[in-house]
Structures are given as structure tokens and as C-alpha cells.
Design a protein around this ligand. Structure first.
Ligand code: FAD
Length: 408
């Protein structure tokens, strides 16, 4: 058995980053990815000859670990920041929802609730003590402090759309993290700018894989493996597989390119209960459409439990339902203008972060020689590429230091 050999289960961003760092530090790295392509949740595909993520991706200014890695990989010149433009679709109308003034003008809520929501947002941005929110549900807390009406219009559709039957179990610490992190990622001018790697985050995946191979590492795709079968052959095993004892939702995305422009917003939250998708993303309101042959690129996306109809319906059936709803949102929407469309399903896309989450996580003990590096360990922040990179860097450091101690 090679002393410094490492097997990594999973070729998503977490597995690739830890593999890259260890390979660069003299370890013999072997990555096993069950799919034929690398990237996991940030895997890419080709649309009209251009690479694009199968699910919408951007980063925040506070995502320091991934920004650092982008720089290290020599991709910094491709990282661009654009002002975010958010809209809320509620009661068959689109409302701007980017700035504090947008909230003040948000007609679906009485002015008193708009002020209350604004104050609650500010409080959560300033308050860094997330631990105190763990045992309260987001529903209870938001209803109590943000008000019943604000909860119904703004938060309930988000929680139901994302967590379905678990929506009333979600910890307030999770919602705290979303509001706190986002609120603090604004530039000095008070504007939020989101980052995108022109040409796609797939370039990171590709570059990491190249660097691993260059450093003597091996990457096997289309290889589904079990950690236990690797422990005899490798000194260290790192698993990025879904966590044990954790509930997960899947995600379904539809990507289409069209000759038609529908909106001026980048991100549209669909705050109508019963809508078939949770978000509409007009990617080409964020990234220049020149990058996609002048076509508009859209994502529709939602989360769903594993027994949901979207995991049984055909792509055509989903497309029909979703385009039907899009037509109710935009009367001018024309199916004829859509040139290509793709449906993607991700089984393990979002972990359910209930008020008992920390107890559940602590049940996932590290076994001898097997390190766990799955995104369900990220708490209270929502899973995100930055955290995959952060945790991968931390784990690599731990492994390298332990090795140094035992040999030194
Ligand atoms: C719809 C959606 C939108 C998102 N948007 C953003 C965003 O805007 N910004 C952001 O920062 N993040 C976003 N994310 C989250 C981000 O994509 C993830 O946090 C990150 O990619 C997770 O990386 P990972 O390596 O931890 O996990 P994964 O990407 O899940 O990688 C795990 C890998 O392990 C493989 N695997 C599992 N079992 C086995 C096995 N037995 N053998 C071999 N291989 C196995 C899987 O196939 C997978 O490739 C989004 C996610 C989704 C679903």
C-alpha cells in the first residue's frame, strides 16, 4: 500500500479541489466519478456550441476561497462582476426587488410590513450570532419578527418551493445565513455585484482536472465506487458522496435558448404558491449574449423531493407544463422562438437543514482513513461552490499537516 496514496470519491468541485491540493503536495491522487463528466452540481454541457452550467451559477464578492482558486488557476481575467437585477413575480405581476427602495415600493405588502421586513433584514445582516437561531424554525421566527403578511408573500413561497413538506422544519440559522451573507457582500456603493466566469465555471473544473493529471494524479469517470472497497488499496479515502442520515431534495432545471428577450431582470423569484418552478433566470441579462451566438439563454429551476412527479415525467411533459406557466407570466412568450431546450435532474441537490441539523451532522462520524467532504456538512450557510472549495482546502491542509507530524 502506497503511504501517500489518496482515493477521492466524487469529481465535483469539492473532490477536484482537494485532489488538486493534495496532488500538488506530492500525494498520489485517484479520483473516481460515477458520471461520465466531471463537475457534479456544477457540471456543464454545450448549448449552440458554447459551454454552460446545467444549473445557474454565480458567486458573491465574499466568496474569497473560490476567488482565490480562480486566481491561482490563472482564470482571473475571465471573472466578471455585474450588478444583480432581481424581480419578484407575485400575483401575476413582476416587481423589482433589488434595492431597499424596491422593498419600500413593494405594493403587495402594506407599508408597515415593508418597513418591518426592511428592519428585520438589517438586523440579520448586522447580527453575526447565528447559533441563537438554530433551534427556531425560519417560519416561526419570520412570522414573529417580520410579520405574518411578509412571511406569506416573501418567505413562504421560497421555503415551500425549496423544501416542500420540510418547509416548516427549516432552521432560522439557514435563512439567517442567506440574508446575512448576501447583505454583507455588497460593494461600498451599496450595490450587489455577482461574479461569473466568462466561458463558464466548467473552465475551473477542466483546469483542476488538468492540473491533477499534470501532477501525476488519475481521474476515472464513469466509475461508481464504495469507500470501503478503497480503504485497503489507499492510505487515505475522501468521500464527497451525500451524507448519511441527511434528507436531500433533488433539483430540476430547464435551459433554453431563444431569439426572444422576456425581461430586464437577471433573477426572478416566482412567489406564487403552486407555480411549477421556483426561479426564472435570464442568464443573458447577466452575461453578454455575444457569448452564446447572440441568443438569449434562460434557466427555469425548482427543487423537488425524490418521489416528486418531476422525477417520473418525461422531458417533454415537464417542458409543456413549464412553458405553459411561462406563457401566463409573459403573454408574448413564443415557443416558436425557442431554438433548443434541455432538462436536467440532480438527485442530491439540497440538504434539508432542520432545527435538529447539527445533531444529525454530528452523527456522521469520520471512520478510520475515510474523510467526509460532502456539502451537507456546510452549515448554516447554504451549499455553494465557495464552501466546497473552503472545506476542500481545509481538509487538504489537515491531511498534509498530519502527514508532516507523523513523518517529522
Ligand atoms: C440548482 C443549483 C444551483 C446552484 N447555484 C449555485 C450558485 O449560484 N453559486 C454557488 O456557489 N453554488 C451553487 N450551487 C451549489 C454548487 O453547485 C455546489 O455547492 C457545489 O458544486 C458542490 O460541490 P461538491 O463537490 O461538494 O458536490 P457535488 O457537486 O454533488 O459532487 C459530488 C460528486 O460525487 C459523485 N458521486 C456520488 N456518489 C459517487 C460514487 N458512489 N462514486 C463515484 N462518484 C460519486 C457525484 O456524481 C458528484 O459528481 C447550486 C446548486 C444547484 C443544485
Amino acid at each position: 500500500m502506497e503511504k501517500k496514496s489518496v482515493a477521492i470519491v466524487g469529481g465535483g468541485l469539492g473532490g477536484l479541489t482537494v485532489g488538486y491540493r493534495l496532488a500538488k503536495n506530492g500525494y498520489e491522487v485517484n479520483i473516481f466519478e460515477k458520471e461520465k463528466d466531471l463537475g457534479g452540481l456544477v457540471a456543464s454541457f454545450q448549448i449552440e456550441g458554447h459551454w454552460l452550467e446545467k444549473s445557474y451559477h454565480h458567486i458573491f464578492k465574499t466568496d474569497r476561497a473560490i476567488i482565490g482558486l480562480i486566481r491561482e488557476l490563472g482564470l482571473e481575467n475571465k471573472l466578471e462582476w455585474q450588478e444583480s437585477k432581481v424581480g419578484i413575480y407575485y400575483n401575476q405581476r413582476l416587481y423589482p426587488f433589488t434595492t431597499p427602495m424596491d422593498l419600500i415600493r413593494f405594493e403587495p405588502l402594506p407599508i408597515i410590513d415593508r418597513i418591518r421586513m426592511g428592519l428585520v433584514g438589517l438586523l440579520l445582516q448586522k447580527d453575526g450570532r447565528w447559533q441563537k437561531y438554530i433551534e427556531q424554525t425560519a417560519e416561526e421566527w419570520m412570522k414573529k419578527y417580520g410579520g405574518e403578511r411578509g412571511y406569506k408573500v416573501v418567505w413562504e413561497p421560497l421555503l415551500k418551493g425549496k423544501f416542500h413538506d420540510w418547509h416548516d422544519k427549516v432552521s432560522m440559522a439557514w435563512l439567517w445565513a442567506r440574508i446575512h451573507t448576501r447583505g454583507n457582500s455588497k460593494d461600498k456603493d451599496g450595490k450587489e455585484r455577482l461574479g461569473y466566469l466568462r466561458g463558464g465555471f466548467g473552465q475551473m473544473v477542466k483546469k483542476l482536472a488538468e492540473e491533477i493529471t499534470k501532477a501525476g494524479g488519475k481521474i476515472d469517470t464513469g466509475e461508481k465506487v464504495e469507500e470501503k472497497e478503497l480503504t485497503n488499496r489507499y492510505g487515505t479515502v475522501i468521500s464527497t458522496r451525500p451524507g448519511k442520515g441527511i434528507d436531500y431534495l433533488g433539483a430540476i432545471t430547464m435551459v433554453f435558448c431563444s431569439r426572444q428577450k422576456l425581461s430586464n431582470y437577471y433573477w426572478h423569484n416566482i412567489n406564487e404558491l403552486g407555480a411549477p418552478f421556483l426561479a426564472l433566470i435570464e442568464h443573458t441579462n447577466f452575461v453578454d449574449k455575444k457569448d452564446y451566438g447572440g441568443k438569449e439563454i434562460y434557466y427555469l429551476g425548482t427543487y423537488a423531493p425524490h418521489n416528486h412527479k418531476y422525477f417520473k415525467m418525461t422531458d417533454d411533459e415537464i417542458e409543456k407544463e413549464w412553458f405553459g406557466y411561462l406563457k401566463t407570466m409573459f403573454k408574448d412568450f413564443s415557443r416558436e422562438m425557442v431554438e433548443r431546450s434541455f432538462i436536467f435532474r440532480f438527485k442530491y441537490a439540497q440538504h434539508v437543514v432542520g432545527t435538529d441539523y447539527q445533531r444529525r451532522l454530528s452523527g456522521e462520524k469520520e471512520e478510520k482513513n475515510i474523510h467526509r467532504l460532502n456539502f451537507s456538512q456546510i452549515f448554516p450557510e447554504d451549499r455553494g461552490m465557495n464552501y466546497a472549495v473552503t472545506r476542500a482546502e481545509e481538509l487538504a491542509k489537515r491531511i498534509i499537516e498530519k502527514e508532516k507530524c507523523s513523518t517529522g
